[in-house]
Structures are given as structure tokens and as C-alpha cells.
Design a protein around this ligand. Structure first.
Ligand code: DGJ
Length: 345
């Protein structure tokens, strides 16, 4: 009893003196809930891992994101999260990539208990692409059915005529019968689209070409490697494809790796960990989700990762860092802050 009292007293003193010394609660591993609403301020730079508020002053709630560029506007789609629960897919828009306007819930879960996307299902890593032939925006999501943990391992497809939605659910399935968890979409220069997904209990990473309307997978579907990787993020640079993935350690960060290929279906060559700087061996506390090619700027790419907070998923943070090519080697260096002038160098 006496020990407990002394311990609490000591922790209190430690906390007060640490705060006085200018240490943040995050540095100390103490979780304080951030303000969910602030007076909005115009942002002029990226501050990876810091709180990121939208133009209304609310915390951006869009995790495992994917970004679609339409003309000069970027649309950020991401998981709407509660402390643990999944609440559909949120969408934000921006012209400068720093300041994001909340556009609404792009995909809602269904009130119908018989639907695959009934409330209580889990929607992760949403990605949206535009189909020029059908003139539809097509969203793919990693879907887990209500009450089944991560056992369903499905892909889900929804469409909309408007980029911000509302997206209408089309179907959920295992591509060619394969389990499908962490995923991404990639549209190549010829307009062909691909689904990259973790399969066979995350042992395999597979790639499947999509049908012309992007609504389903074709049977052109192959294992690209069996190395227990997830969180795939893909880009094309100088006629080579680069694929960043993470290991499989739940919400905990781990070492990233890059694979390179001349062809999307392989062979893919493992290059190694692209991260450089403090915390590089654990992806700076994050996990890959997307690589954004800058609109109208050749050879400029932003690496996007989630810094998950499994105790309060909506308070997971975003890491945006520039991709650099040093001697043709893809490198991602830690920066406390940076802005798009970086790409003018
Ligand atoms: C790691 C995945 O990358 C996340 O999207 C999420 O599914 C977590 N696992 C769940 O533990």
C-alpha cells in the first residue's frame, strides 16, 4: 500500500518536472488525448507524426489512406476510425497538400444486417481510382465482415459518379478465391489497373490485373513473392516499378523494404530498407500506405505512412516524407518538417 502511494507521488512529480522541462507527454510514452478541435490555422509545411487538423479545425480522421488527383485537386480517402471501431471511409480535398477540407463520409456502412458492409464490419486501406471508359470513380477496400476478426480477408468494391461520393457498394469477394488483406491499387501509364494484396495469411504478396471497368479482378493474378509482407505501396519511376512493404507485426512498426521490378508481375528484386535517420529500422514508427506522385511535377513522390495508435486508432498519426533517388536508389530520410520546395532542388 505504502509503495503504491509513494509510486503515484513519484510519477506525479516526474510528470510535472518533465513537463516543466519542456518534454512532451508523447516523448515520455504517456498517452494524453489530443484536442479534437482547434481554431483552424493555415499550414505551410508537413510535420510528420504531429497532429494534423482539417480546415474546420478538426483532427483529420482518414487512416490507411490513398490519394486521387483530379485536375489540380487532391482527394485523400482514409479509414474513419473511432477509438477502435471502423466507421466507413472519409474523404478530404486539398489544392496544396497541407490544408485539407473535410468533404464527408465517402462510403458509409450499411444499416442492413444482411449486407457485407453492415455496421460493425471493418474497412481498411481504401483506395480510389477513376475509370475513363465508364466515367466512374471506383473504390477498393480491405473488408472484414462483422464479428469475424480478420478471418474474412476480402476485397470490397464501391462506385460513384462523383469523386467525393457517396459511393455505392457493388460487391465483396476473395480475388480468384485468394485471401485479400492489406492492399493497394496501381494504375499504369496505359490505363491498366492492378490490385496488390497480402494473401494466404499474409505469407504471399499477390498482384492481379483488374477488369477494364476496374470492378473486379481478372485471372491474371500472380504471387509476386512469399516473404510475409503487408502494407504495399507502389510507384513507377524511370520505367521501373518500386514497391514498399512492411513486415507483419499487427499495429506495431517494423522494418520497411523496397523491391524493384521491370514488370509488375515480376521478377521483383529485394533492395532493402529505404529509411534513413533516427528510428529508420522501424519506419520511424510508421507503416506504409501510399506513394503519391505530385500532380504536374515529374519524378516527385511523397511516401505516406500511418503511425498507428492501437489504444485509440483515430489518434493514429500521419507520416509524409519525400522520396529521394540517390544513385538511383530509393531513399526516404526522416525530416521533422519540410515543404514542397524540397522538390525544386
Ligand atoms: C496491419 C495492417 O497493415 C493494418 O492495416 C491493420 O490491418 C493491422 N495490421 C491490424 O492489426
Amino acid at each position: 500500500m505504502k509503495t503504491t502511494v509513494i509510486f503515484k507521488y513519484a510519477t506525479g512529480i516526474l510528470l510535472i518536472s518533465a513537463l516543466t522541462a519542456g518534454l512532451t507527454a508523447a516523448n515520455m510514452g504517456v498517452s494524453l488525448h489530443p484536442a479534437e478541435h482547434i481554431k483552424p490555422e493555415k499550414k505551410k509545411e508537413f510535420t510528420p507524426g504531429e497532429l494534423w487538423y482539417d480546415t474546420d479545425g478538426n483532427l483529420i480522421n482518414a487512416h490507411g489512406n490513398g490519394i486521387l488527383t483530379v485536375g489540380k485537386t487532391y482527394y485523400w480517402f482514409g479509414e474513419k476510425r473511432g477509438s477502435h471501431e471502423s466507421g466507413g471511409v472519409n474523404v478530404y480535398s486539398s489544392k496544396d497538400l497541407y490544408n485539407w477540407k473535410f468533404e464527408g463520409l465517402a462510403l458509409a456502412q450499411s444499416k442492413d444486417p444482411a449486407s457485407d458492409i453492415t455496421e460493425g464490419c471493418v474497412m481498411e486501406r481504401p483506395k480510389v481510382i477513376y475509370n475513363k471508359k465508364t466515367k466512374k470513380y471506383v473504390m477498393w477496400v480491405h473488408l472484414e465482415l462483422k464479428g469475424k476478426g480478420y478471418a474474412a480477408a476480402r476485397a470490397m468494391v464501391a462506385v460513384s459518379d462523383k469523386v467525393t461520393g457517396p459511393y455505392q457498394y457493388i460487391s465483396s469477394f476473395r480475388p480468384n478465391g485468394n485471401m485479400s488483406r492489406d492492399m493497394n491499387l496501381f494504375v499504369d501509364d496505359d490505363g491498366s489497373a492492378y490490385h496488390i494484396y497480402s494473401s494466404d495469411e499474409n505469407m504471399d504478396l499477390r498482384i492481379a490485373k483488374l477488369s477494364d471497368d476496374y470492378l473486379t479482378s481478372t485471372t491474371e493474378d500472380k504471387i509476386i513473392f512469399r516473404r510475409q509482407r503487408e502494407a504495399p505501396a507502389l510507384m513507377r519511376y524511370h520505367d521501373k516499378y518500386y514497391l514498399i512493404t512492411s513486415g507483419c507485426t499487427g499495429w506495431a512498426p517494423n522494418k520497411a523494404s523496397v523491391h524493384v521490378a521491370d514488370n509488375l508481375f515480376g521478377p521483383w528484386t529485394l533492395v532493402g530498407d529505404p529509411m534513413v535517420g533516427p528510428g529508420a529500422d522501424k519506419t520511424f514508427g510508421g507503416q506504409s500506405t501510399y506513394i503519391l506522385p505530385l500532380a504536374g511535377k515529374k519524378d516527385a513522390f511523397i511516401f505516406i505512412a500511418d503511425k498507428w495508435n492501437p489504444k485509440d486508432l483515430k489518434d493514429s498519426r500521419y507520416l509524409w516524407l519525400p522520396i529521394q533517388f540517390k544513385d538511383d536508389k530509393l531513399t526516404i530520410e526522416w525530416m521533422d518538417k519540410w515543404n514542397l520546395d524540397f522538390f525544386k532542388k
